[in-house]
Design a protein around this ligand. Structure first.
Ligand code: SF4
Ligand code: SF4
Length: 415
């Protein structure tokens, strides 16, 4: 493992093999297999590090079996950052063996280029709107394809007709703004769920905040998580360069994964420049509660609502508290109910729900059970990827629970 730095190498030695991580790992919970839990992976990493093992297909498969949810690290008595170690292992694997062909093409020839991403969005939009999707589904031709393709195809929600960032103005001004923020929209809001973006613009306008939407690309999380640090760094550096052009009070995010990647940019990009942004980065829910102290007067709606913690948000500052506080401010219009397993990973994990569809759905089904038991009619979250995963799993279970981003509920309360 030539790519493991001193800090990560030392953290390997902190593992006392207590096995405490087993109780927290969603993958171990579903499979019961030691190589898939943090302790097992650390053992393998030590062997890779000492040269007793070298990368092979089986090892690559084992290290792909991780959601990077961080539950093991969060609960480890010795502070072993197993999720980060898995990411380093994937980086080393890519440095040794390269990326699988599909990921290579997606990351290096699609993700890096906004124009191509927008085009891909358009093609998917036409696929849905021209009736081709319907035809394929009725004909069941996808059922003949391998790797659960027919089911994976159903993960795709309704795609927007274009790029949100191209439709809305660069700057949304208000008279005498109290604050100025830059909004990092993330790819899902940009190409799929425009309503999240419109909700944020509506709320911030009502709160007297000026919003700019700088030129931006993917935050890089799918590439970093797959070990393609070259693409991840390329995207991160572009984003830093573009966001440095305007002086703003905060940079806000509607996506937990994008926020967490930006928070990790200084380490991932090894960049002093990225450090300058650290104090300005904020999840939109926390921004509304802590910075704007938003007061919401909502017409009586009378629905029960619960909340799913995105893994990438819950470990950030007040990442669990702020969304719940925001939900409580929607009372009495909405009745907030806490679900069991609220902070357990939903199984989405970037592209994990595509590469390991069945296992990912097993993880999601535990969440669906919790949502149903809560009696909620709406489940909210703060991560568009989690929302897609939850919608799909709920539909599979024939549930009519609706999935919304928290800001959609807030915006719905504003006249
Ligand atoms: S990673 Fe942490 S919790 Fe898991 S076995 Fe090692 S020390 Fe124990
Ligand atoms: S990051 Fe999550 S899925 Fe991966 S080993 Fe830790 S608990 Fe398991």
């Amino acid at each position: 493992m030539k790519d493991m730095d001193k800090n990560h190498f030392e953290s390997l030695n902190k593992c006392s093999r207590c096995g405490g991580c087993q109780a927290h790992c969603p993958i171990f919970y579903e499979t019961g297999r030691e190589p898939f839990v943090a302790r097992g992976k650390i053992e393998l990493l030590e062997n890779l590090q000492s040269g007793k093992l070298t990368w092979n297909d089986k090892l690559a498969d084992i290290f792909s079996m991780c959601l990077l949810c961080g539950a093991c690290a969060e609960n480890c008595p010795n502070g072993v950052p197993a999720d980060k170690l898995v990411m380093m292992a994937r980086k080393d694997l890519v440095a040794n063996n390269g990326l699988p062909i599909i990921k290579k093409n997606v990351f290096q020839h699609l993700l890096r280029y906004n124009g191509r991403l927008n085009l891909a969005g358009k093609i998917l939009y036409l696929y849905q709107k021209t009736g081709l999707q319907k035809l394929l589904r009725i004909s069941r031709v996808l059922n003949l394809m391998p790797n659960d393709l027919a089911k994976i195809e159903r993960l795709l929600p309704e795609v927007a007709s274009g790029s949100f960032r191209k439709i809305v103005p660069f700057r949304s001004t208000v008279d005498n703004p109290r604050l100025k923020v830059a909004y990092f929209t993330g790819c899902v809001t940009n190409l799929i769920n425009h309503n999240v973006g419109y909700s944020i613009l509506k709320i911030l306008k009502a709160c007297g905040v000026e919003v700019i939407i700088p030129k931006q690309g993917c935050c890089g999380v799918p590439a970093f998580a797959s070990g393609d640090f070259t693409t991840g760094k390329f995207l991160g550096e572009q984003n830093i360069k573009e966001f440095a052009r305007e002086d703003v009070d905060y940079i806000i995010f509607d996506c937990a994964s994008c926020l967490s990647t930006w928070l990790d940019y200084p380490e991932l990009l090894e960049s002093e420049e990225a450090l300058k942004f650290s104090d300005k980065l904020m999840d939109v829910n926390r921004f509304l509660v802590e910075i704007l102290d938003i007061k919401i007067e909502c017409p009586e709606i009378g629905k029960k609502v619960t909340y799913h913690d995105p893994c990438h948000l819950k470990r950030t500052e007040n990442g669990k508290k702020a969304p719940r506080e925001l939900l409580s401010r929607l009372s009495p219009a909405y009745e907030y109910v806490e679900m069991g397993l609220a902070d357990r990973c939903c199984g989405s994990a970037g592209s994990f729900n595509i590469s390991h569809y069945r296992l990912s759905q097993k993880v999601a089904n535990r969440k669906v059970k919790s949502i149903k038991e809560s009696g909620a009619e709406i489940v909210t979250s703060a991560c568009p990827s989690c929302m897609m995963q939850l919608s799909h799993a709920l539909k599979n279970e024939k549930s009519d629970v609706v999935v919304n981003h928290l800001v959609e509920l807030v915006a719905g309360c504003l006249q």
